[in-house]
Design a protein around this ligand. Structure first.
Ligand code: HEM
Length: 129
């Protein structure tokens, strides 16, 4: 069956749940999300949906500084290349399993750009390219 494009917040929510199923099933990634899971994943999904809604549909929904959050995260759990690689692979897999189209492609492009930037700042290299 032909896949549809990402069209709204509901689609982004579905994408995030598929993505987090993969992250939380992976032995390298799951420990990084321990605190988020303890606080409650639903609140986290709300923030992620705002973030991607803003990137894909320019809604202005997301107001935080995602880069700063990950610098804090890195101080608690030092992030390595393998984490960035798996994060991006799981993200792309999730998009491709569910969606197809201009916004789906844009989501994967933006995820890669931001992941590279984040890895540059945190690990100091851009080996994701
Ligand atoms: C090694 C790769 C990554 C890991 C392990 C990771 C993990 C996490 C964790 C644990 C949080 C929760 C932080 C908290 O609430 O204190 C978080 C938040 C978030 N992540 Fe990531 N992340 C990664 C890469 C990325 C990338 C590349 C993006 C964007 C394309 C991204 C977007 C976000 C956003 C928007 C939030 C919410 C921040 C907020 O509370 O405003 N993450 N991430």
């Amino acid at each position: 069956m032909e896949k549809k494009d990402i069209q709204n917040r509901n689609d982004i929510d579905q994408l995030m749940r598929q993505f987090y199923d993969k992250l939380l099933s992976d032995d390298d990634m799951a420990p990084i999300f321990e605190k988020v899971v303890a606080k409650g994943l639903e609140d986290h999904f709300d923030i992620l949906v705002d973030f991607w809604d803003n990137i894909l549909f320019f809604t202005g929904a997301y107001k935080n500084n995602a880069m700063a959050k990950h610098m804090e995260l890195n101080a608690w759990f030092p992030l390595k290349e393998i984490h960035f690689k798996k994060w991006l692979d799981f993200f792309n897999e999730s998009v491709m399993e569910l969606f197809e189209g201009e916004k789906a492609t844009l989501a994967m492009e933006r995820a890669q750009q931001i992941a590279i930037l984040m890895q540059m700042k945190i690990v100091g290299n851009d080996s994701l390219i």
